[in-house]
Design a protein around this ligand. Sequence first.
Ligand SMILES: [Zn+2]
Length: 366
Amino acid sequence: MSFSRDICRLCGSPLQDAALRLLHPVSSEILPLISEKRVQTEFRSCSNCETVNVVNDDSRRFLGYGSPWLRYTEPAQHFPDVLESHSHGPSAEVSRVVGLSEKDESLVDFLSMSGSRSTANRVFSTEHQEWQSVNSGKSKTLWVARRFLEHINDSSMIEELLGDVVNVGHFLYVEMLDFEEMQNHLSGLYLWPERTLYPRLEVVTALLQAYGFKIVDVRRCRQNKNSFWWLIAERRTDSARQDFRRSSHPGSSTDVVSHFTKTISSVTASLDRFCGQKTAALFGVNHKSQTLGYCLQDMGWKISFHDGSPLKIGKYSGVELIAPFSAIPSSTECILMFFNNNTTLELERDIKKRSAHVSIINMAEY
Ligand SMILES: [Zn+2]
């Protein structure tokens, strides 16, 4: 296993000095006990491909679901488009669809049920031996890698997957948040230490081409507040990886860092109007509330985390106990709501009845 603080996980070039430092837990998992301390994380961009690398070595970070009792839902509305692209392109010949991690399960099932393809020996594991044992069969395979490359801690997994596991004539599906497009959105809170890389689409396609892949189809999608892209690529040659140089399109990957810092400044500027004592309760424990909560704590805020789900209440986000909505500390000046559903209004009315002095700020749109 290899990890370096100074080398880009994608292209192996030196990283520039840190553009941002955060003191956060590495994973966003919600755990029954306090088991994760905060660690210093640096965000450094690559001198060659410009991809932001998140530098803190933690092999637990996550390519699957660490807490089996809590499943996150990946977007699925684009599956019919993926099927259409898959069925009419060269990858229609595959007889097998294999997922690399548990996050691929829903798409693997969708593609398999929509055709006669087998999903026998699905992997949903990041163990190299398991990848290889699945690969030993003769079936032409579509390897599905959603939320995968950008979460890799150990760069040798990229070499294994692209250089060794996907055979010539086989296909790879890659899906990733569209970080460039997301910079045009209001929020920068999608940046957090659990993700290890923030590559542009052009950088990923250049990486695949360096390993002998031909891009068969690529599409950009927007759903709700998320923008993402997906592509299907075919491995054409198994020669050694070619040099992977800066894309010919000068990029803006490093802007994810400035976009994030601008978001934090604008959020804190508006919160300062309501919270002179810097005390806030965060309602809804998710990636965004965790990221903002830890940043506010770094700036001296007193933060409490709350949720309505019995799966989260009484457990920990990092070192923070997750309390029910009813347990707001008496010093709390404002409540930041990170969800907007049919219970939100009722909850707001209830809070106003009990604590009229508390300001409620809806962060769901961030
Ligand atoms: Zn690089």
